[in-house]
Design a protein around this ligand. Structure first.
Ligand code: AG3
Length: 285
């Protein structure tokens, strides 16, 4: 019998991946969690039927959500990571010697438990002594923080279900206050191609732009996410993701990556015209 996992990328488009074996399923208080073994992508984690990570392409997402801000804001010491129970973002952050403390805030402890079992190579860094794991709602965690973090990474699910609050203006405002003066916020920013994702992208952009002095969108090619073209947001109180990139500094750290490099860093902020238009036009989208 053939087994296939199918995700709806739009009402009219479906994306299917052949499954060798379903490995695990659980309905947590927050969401449905599934793990599959697949011939093409290795192990794959889905939440509420949406692909979150596969062993084959997770490096693209985690390189882009971590190394882009780390090459702009130098010597980051204290980081807040929201979501990211799979450990991929933490793994990349732990490669920086400057990082002294990481608060990971994941609303669903079941995601961490399941990933520890099925993706041990990704979750290993959760045990790094610099990491504190908080099983809590990110929205609440950040509410009363002031001037504390050099970097906030919002590695959330989509803006419905448990991830919804992480796309609100209130949340972005609280993050602004939680950041130091030259702090940076990076988030997963949905996608521009299919209508529902594009609406979410626009909302996130408008809200971030209304809170932060600088907000720029950048892109990556992620094969297992809808349309294969995924976006990230870079927000700050002044640091510019291109002008303030210090390629020499980043290269001197000797961090070996499979996707990110400093040339790609400059290029990934150059967006296709239809995305610029959708974001409200102008160079400073
Ligand atoms: N975070 C989810 C990114 C958005 C996925 N959305 C989708 N497939 N519709 C991934 C977590 C990786 N640490």
């Amino acid at each position: 019998m053939e087994l296939w996992f199918t995700e709806n990328h739009s009402e009219n488009v479906r994306f299917s991946v052949r499954i060798d074996k379903p490995l695990y399923s659980e309905q947590s208080p927050y969401q449905r969690i599934d793990v599959f073994e697949t011939p093409e992508f290795g192990r794959m984690l889905t939440l509420d039927g949406y692909v979150m990570i596969t062993q084959k392409d997770e490096f693209i997402y985690h390189d882009m959500i971590v190394h882009v801000p780390m090459a702009v804001k130098k010597n980051v010491e204290k980081v807040l990571v929201i979501g990211a129970g799979d450990g991929g973002t933490i793994r990349e952050l732990c490669r920086y010697g400057s990082v002294k403390h990481i608060d990971l805030v994941e609303i669903d402890g079941a995601v961490i438990r399941v990933c520890r079992e099925f993706f041990p190579e990704m979750t290993a860094s959760l045990d790094d002594e610099r990491v504190t794991v908080n099983i809590e709602d990110g929205l609440r965690f950040v509410r009363h923080k002031k001037n504390e973090y050099d970097l906030i990474i919002v590695d959330s699910t989509d803006p419905f279900g448990p991830g919804e609050g992480l796309f609100t203006r209130e949340f972005y405002g609280n993050c602004y206050n939680a950041l130091t003066d030259d702090g940076v916020l990076v988030n997963q920013h949905e996608s521009a191609f299919y209508e529902n994702d594009a609406k979410a992208m626009c909302r996130a952009h408008e809200r971030l732009r209304s809170v932060f002095e600088v907000h720029r969108v950048y892109q990556a090619h992620i094969p297992t996410y809808a349309s294969g073209h995924w976006l990230f947001g870079f927000a700050s109180k002044g640091l510019d993701p291109i002008k303030d990139l210090d390629a020499e500094y980043w290269e001197s750290l000797g961090i070996k990556t499979r996707y990110y490099n400093t040339e790609l860093h400059r290029g990934c902020f150059a967006l296709p015209n239809y995305v610029i238009e959708r974001l409200g036009g102008g160079k400073e989208q």
